[in-house]
Ligand binder design. Structure first.
Ligand SMILES: Nc1nc2c(c(=O)[nH]1)N(C=O)[C@@H](CNc1ccc(C(=O)N[C@@H](CCC(=O)O)C(=O)O)cc1)CN2
Ligand SMILES: Nc1nc2c(ncn2[C@@H]2O[C@H](COP(=O)(O)OP(=O)(O)OP(=O)(O)O)[C@@H](O)[C@H]2O)c(=O)[nH]1
Ligand SMILES: [Mg+2]
Length: 460
């Protein structure tokens, strides 16, 4: 028994739809559903019924479903009134539920209850929202795996290892007079090393999962007039950005989401980088640098006729970006005799620092020549096909942060163990363990829940 309110919300997307669902959860859900349908609702049976207003008039006719807790999405009694999906019908049904004692649910409150009732852990509940928000099939599959507990299971397994290690250390503390070696210190260090490896592997998977969730964030950079905005337009398939032959045309950042064979990619066009420029242009360059700090990929556009010309201003800006894709644009302006491969291979020598990047692509944003090759390269980068077979799951920055903290604490614990500082080791292990617990919500602060669930959509 709980003393929670009974909550109600329109669970389907706002607007006109074939069918719309008002969902109730809580102790009075069944009574409210039965009052509206004017019949008893058997658990897990679809009842076709008229939905009645207070005066007995018909609001709608539809399907009423009752799920008796705990065998429901939230773990509480749940009733669904599935009516005709129109705004007015849904609002009227919702109002009737509220008149009968329900209150309107906050965003994410159904999933929050599923979490509080132990139906889902926190990472799984977040995966529900990520599944709904997934922009492409790959992100949806990865969110589906997180919802199925693939991520949580690995976190829990690691937490169980840490617990065993903590027990071992705590026991050794009780025998403070004896050297650690007589207390299984060797085995302990091996166990810790194994946990460190497992955590590192999980961190790699979670970072990949974050990229699956958030999509690859690519920033187009290069010297003025190289054709950056033209390239954005070519990839977006529309005249999104202003293109002129005046160097310094683009000043603001221009965001565009493009899909390449169903794989989502977020692109940002930036102001050309060079020395000088007026106040507005310099502000544009500052924003470009700021955007690069968040980029997964820099798409560096250079003029194929003189690629080295603008390189210097760009090289510093992209040094810290994890990946770079070099483009020699305006291929159509090269003398026809130019061998694309020769031109392409000349670049890495000009910028030795990035010598291990793939050779640049020669293309023309204007004519479209070479764009297929760019599509393929981008799809491979955004798709990270290698992740597919290995049960990739979605993750969030919150999870990556927690794993990074856990990794730092484990490293500290190792140091303390080496110096036989068992108390300090125990403390670091506890912190690492807690950090893992934050991911699945076994350890949490109340305001964390509010923060997470409030970003869900209404009715979820
Ligand atoms: N109509 C409808 N469709 C929906 C949902 C819903 O709430 N209503 N969902 C809402 O997100 C998703 C499905 N999620 C659900 C998860 C668990 C249970 C449930 O009743 N679980 C019980 C029984 C298990 C079983 O019989 O398989 C349980 O776990 O004990 C229902 C829906 C997507 N589709
Ligand atoms: N011939 C040819 N011209 C191009 C190509 N791509 C862009 N241009 C031209 O080059 C000029 C500059 O193009 P933009 O796309 O505005 O260049 P940008 O890099 O965005 O320039 P800024 O915003 O000023 O930094 C325009 O006149 C384009 O039409 C190309 O592949 N071939
Ligand atoms: Mg531009």
């Amino acid at each position: 028994m709980t003393d929670r309110d009974t909550i109600a919300a329109i669970a389907t997307a706002p607007g006109a739809g074939g069918v719309g669902i008002v969902r109730l959860s809580g102790g009075h859900a069944r009574a409210i559903g039965e009052a509206i349908a004017r019949r008893t609702l058997r658990p897990r049976h679809a009842h076709h019924a008229r939905f009645h207003d207070a005066d007995g008039s018909t609001l709608d006719d539809g399907i009423a479903l009752y799920f008796a807790g705990p065998a429901s999405y939230t773990g509480e009694d749940v009733v669904e009134l599935q009516g005709h999906g129109g705004v007015a019908v849904m609002q009227a049904l919702l109002a009737r539920c509220c008149a009968l004692g329900a209150r309107i649910a906050r965003p994410g409150e159904f999933s929050e209850r599923a979490f509080l009732e132990g139906r889902l852990d926190l990472a799984q509940a977040e995966a529900v929202a990520d599944l709904i928000a997934a922009g492409d099939a790959r992100a949806a599959r990865a969110a589906r795996r997180a919802l199925d507990g693939e991520f949580s299971r690995r976190v829990d397994a690691l937490a169980a290892d840490l617990l065993a290690i903590r027990v071992h250390v705590e026991a050794a503390i009780d025998f403070a007079d004896e050297p650690l070696d007589t207390l299984g210190g060797d085995a302990l260090r091996k166990r810790l090393a194994a946990a460190v490896d497992a955590l590192d592997a999980l961190l790699v998977a979670a970072r990949r999962g974050r990229r699956l969730r958030d999509g690859l964030h690519a920033v187009i950079v290069g010297p003025p007039n190289a054709g950056k905005s033209s390239l954005l337009n070519a990839l977006a398939g529309s005249d999104r950005a202003i293109v002129t032959d005046i160097a310094g045309t683009t000043r603001d950042l221009l965001h565009e989401v493009v899909r390449i064979d169903g794989v989502e990619l977020s692109l940002v066009d930036t102001a050309g980088l060079r020395e000088g420029g007026d106040t507005i242009e310099r502000e544009g360059m500052r924003r470009a640098h700021e955007e690069l700090a968040r980029a997964d990929l820099a798409i560096v556009v250079l003029d194929a006729r003189d690629p080295v010309a603008g390189c210097e201003a760009v090289a510093d800006a992209i040094a810290a970006v994890p990946q770079r894709l070099w483009i020699l644009n305006k291929a159509d302006l090269l003398a026809s005799a130019t061998d694309p491969d020769a031109s392409a291979s000349s670049l890495p020598a000009a910028i030795p620092r990035f010598g291990d990047d793939r050779p640049p692509l020669l293309l023309s944003a204007l004519s479209g020549a070479g764009l297929d090759g760019l599509h393929a390269r981008l799809k491979a980068l955004a798709g990270d096909e290698s992740a597919e077979g290995t049960g990739a799951f979605t993750a969030r920055s919150r999870h990556v942060d927690a794993l990074e903290r856990a990794a730092a604490e484990l490293a500290d614990a190792g140091g303390h163990l080496a110096h036989e500082s068992l108390d300090l080791a125990a403390e670091a292990l506890r912190s690492a363990h807690d950090a893992l617990g934050e991911i699945t919500g076994r350890v949490h602060a109340d305001d964390l829940l509010g923060h997470i669930f409030s970003s869900f959509c209404i009715g979820k």
